[in-house]
Write a new protein. Structure first.
Lengths: 152, 118
């Protein structure tokens, strides 16, 4: 299936969290959940340079992304995308991704409600990110293949 | 100086362990990363993973990721790295799956809603 097909685009719109799998420099599997946005046919995740997934993809850019379509009504399917990833820190790349991520995850009704319920934790959240090392940036994935799988 | 942490123990997430909305197994085959959706059961402290019955089970190290929550303070989950060994299907398991127990080498869990100075 083409990664830019209508079915894939619609499934991505219904998905909110992806699982990104990579190979570590030692040859072991890694996998983490991340928020994402789709922009100009590519998939982007905001993170920091010290994230082990970034370390992995700098050595081996092959990644597998799994999407669940959480907001859809049809359950039981997972979209698997294979692609090649890079870590980008240029402002011209990062700025629109940060804006789209903010709209999707902080300024959406669900994001606003979640923030309001947890407003007393904002100070802790700010301190948490101040303490994390590494340069901010985005993982950029160029999708190569896409397929739907059944959830066991 | 205390650092802010979102780390918890997997046992601190009992409803996630009981009903995981997202479970994925990652492994390396022929030097290529693979990831598949899996069934997951937490059974008396054991991590049980259900794979499609017609699939060759992965050899070597695997990494299991189980998580939940789209919104920031709802994000929670755990990962466990280890190896798989065949086991009996747990109670209430679906048909058509082969079941494996994950022997963990390392596990980490998080819950952003439990963020605190640790």
């Amino acid at each position: 299936m083409r990664p830019n097909s209508r079915a894939v685009r619609r499934f991505l719109e219904r998905s909110l969290v992806l699982h990104v799998a990579t190979v570590s420099p030692a040859g072991n599997p890694d996998i983490i959940p991340l928020w994402f946005v789709r922009f100009r046919g590519r998939i982007y995740m905001t993170t920091r340079s010290e994230n082990p997934t970034v370390r992995d993809l700098l050595r081996n850019p092959d990644v597998v992304l799994l999407f669940r379509g959480e907001r859809g009504t049809r359950k039981g399917r997972v979209l698997r995308v294979r692609g090649r990833a890079t870590f980008r820190t240029e402002q011209r790349i990062c700025a629109p991704i940060y804006a789209l991520s903010g709209l999707r995850y902080y300024l959406s009704p669900g994001g606003i409600a979640n923030a309001f319920r947890n407003r007393r934790k904002f100070g802790l959240r700010a301190a948490y990110y101040r303490e994390r090392a590494g340069e901010g940036g985005v993982i950029e994935v160029v999708p190569e293949t896409a397929e739907f799988l059944q959830v066991p | 100086m205390k650092r802010v942490t979102r780390s918890v123990r997997p046992e601190d997430l009992p409803d996630l362990l009981a009903k995981p909305p997202r479970a994925t197994l990652a492994f390396v085959r022929d030097a290529t990363i693979q990831a598949i959706p899996v069934a997951f059961k937490f059974d008396a402290g054991r991590y049980l993973v259900g794979l499609p019955g017609d699939m060759d089970p992965p050899a070597g190290r695997v990494k299991l990721l189980v998580d939940d929550g789209p919104w920031y303070f709802d994000l929670r989950g755990f990962w466990s790295r280890g190896s798989l060994a065949p086991c009996d299907a747990p109670a209430n398991a679906g048909d058509g799956q082969a079941w494996f127990e994950l022997t963990p080498e390392k596990t980490a869990a998080w819950h952003y809603g439990s963020m605190r100075e640790g």
